[in-house]
Design a protein around this ligand. Structure first.
Ligand code: ADP
Length: 400
């Protein structure tokens, strides 16, 4: 009997979901994708098929129960009706933080959930929502196995230098250290790249995951060696609304001179900075590229400057670079950004083939480029479905 796996990426006010059909042969195939948005206010459910054609939508009337548990119950009932003979065998969740405990996905038990709850202070904006969805589903469907897949796990094998801050050791022992995020995306790319370019073998690759959240990763022989995000998803590249790398002295200045507390700093650095803060126009790269405002141009230029700069730093962490990969919303679709980054890496021998780049081709460098440059669409959901299948088969990381 064919199996189905539900993949959930739960945020503060929305839960994205995908359903994969798993025949046990090859990769599971995505058959339904969608989201419930407006959780906590006015929820709206939307579902599409694998070709992104609308399948269904729903909003809830005033007075109907719209807590997470009720919404997830509705979702599971709706999915179950459409499985056409397949059985829903598990739910796999994207969980932002696995701390130092988890270097692989884990089958969820009450003890694991408690351990993950203990990591909330490390990711207060994301972890509680990830765990709320798991708890709600455990209440409504206690017999459905659930698996947590972590954004941090792929980076757990990094050399120790990449994980350390130069602060007193006691703080690091408490967990104040560099973790890295977007791990499911990097793991997918590390898995996909050898299929696209088998000749790269155990090479040194810099991957730029450029979405509304953006980070970069140094991958050597399929393993993470270093990444631009550190303790939180605020570090590294400037992003849609996040500042990225900033001198910590700025925070002390803002506290002393502007009387800002933790909440005000959080709002400033997570929601009002990055492309939005610099441009004053938008956090969306498409809008900035179309804008005639010089501050929009500055935001784009700063973004590309920092990507090129981090490429050099990450290459150094691996002792060299054999390929560069762009992925996620901007990385997959914005040829102007890739051109600019390529130009800034001309010193490294990077040459972009403009026709291939404009077509968002898989290989966008010229034959005489010193390293190949690829555009590879990421698929974190598929990675979660694969991990969930493995965990069910007993290949899970042991619980604490
Ligand atoms: P998330 O990080 O939320 O998963 P995505 O990876 O989907 O986001 O990336 C979303 C971002 O991608 C948008 O904010 C937008 O700036 C950018 N984007 C999407 N399409 C294009 C495009 N054609 N050109 C430039 N930027 C794009």
């Amino acid at each position: 009997m064919p199996k189905a796996i539900l993949v959930i990426n739960a945020g503060s006010s929305s839960s994205k979901f995908s359903v994969f059909r798993d025949s046990g042969q090859g990769d599971p195939a995505m058959i339904i994708t969608g989201q419930i948005s407006g959780i906590g206010t006015e929820p709206v459910f939307e579902a599409k098929d694998a070709q992104r054609r609308p399948l269904a939508s729903k909003s809830w009337a005033f007075g109907e129960p719209t807590d997470r548990k009720s919404l997830l119950s509705f979702l599971l009932d709706w999915i179950t009706e459409r499985l056409e003979g397949a059985t829903l065998v598990a739910a796999g969740h994207r969980v932002v933080h696995g701390g130092l405990l988890y270097s692989a996905p884990v089958l969820l038990t009450p003890a694991v959930l408690d351990a993950l709850e203990g990591l909330v202070p490390l990711a207060p904006l994301h972890q509680p929502h990830n765990l709320a969805a798991i708890r709600a589903l455990a209440e409504s469907h206690p017999d459905l196995p659930q698996v947590a897949c972590f954004d941090t796990a792929f980076h757990r094998g990094q050399p120790w230098q990449a994980g350390m801050f130069a602060i007193p050791r006691e703080l690091m022992d408490e967990g104040v250290r560099r973790y890295g995020f977007h791990g499911l995306s990097y793991e997918y790319i590390a898995r996909r790249l050898p299929e696209i370019a088998p000749e790269l073998g155990d090479s040194r690759v810099v991957v730029a995951h450029l979405g509304s959240g953006a980070s970069m990763c140094a991958i050597h022989g399929g393993r993470s060696m270093d990444s631009t995000m550190g303790f939180t998803a605020l570090d590294g590249l400037p992003m849609g609304t996040r500042c990225g790398n900033i001198d910590p002295g700025v925070l002390i200045y803002l506290m002393r001179q502007k009387g800002m507390d933790a909440g005000a700093l959080e709002k400033l650095l997570y929601n009002k900075s990055g492309l939005l803060g610099v441009s004053g126009v938008s956090n969306d790269m498409r809008v900035l590229l179309d804008s005639a405002d010089p501050h929009a141009e500055e935001a784009v230029e700063l973004f590309c400057f920092r990507i090129a700069k981090e490429t050099g730093a990450l290459a150094s962490s691996m002792g060299g670079i054999d390929a560069l990969v762009f992925t996620a919303g901007i990385g997959e679709r914005s040829s102007p950004v890739r051109t600019r980054v390529g130009d800034k890496l001309a010193w490294l021998g990077v040459r972009i083939d403009e026709a291939a780049n404009a077509a968002n081709a898989t290989l966008i460098s010229t034959p005489d480029s010193r390293i190949p440059v690829y555009v590879i669409p990421t698929d974190e959901e598929r990675m979660i479905a694969l991990h969930t299948r493995n965990a069910l088969a007993g290949n899970a990381f042991p619980p604490p």
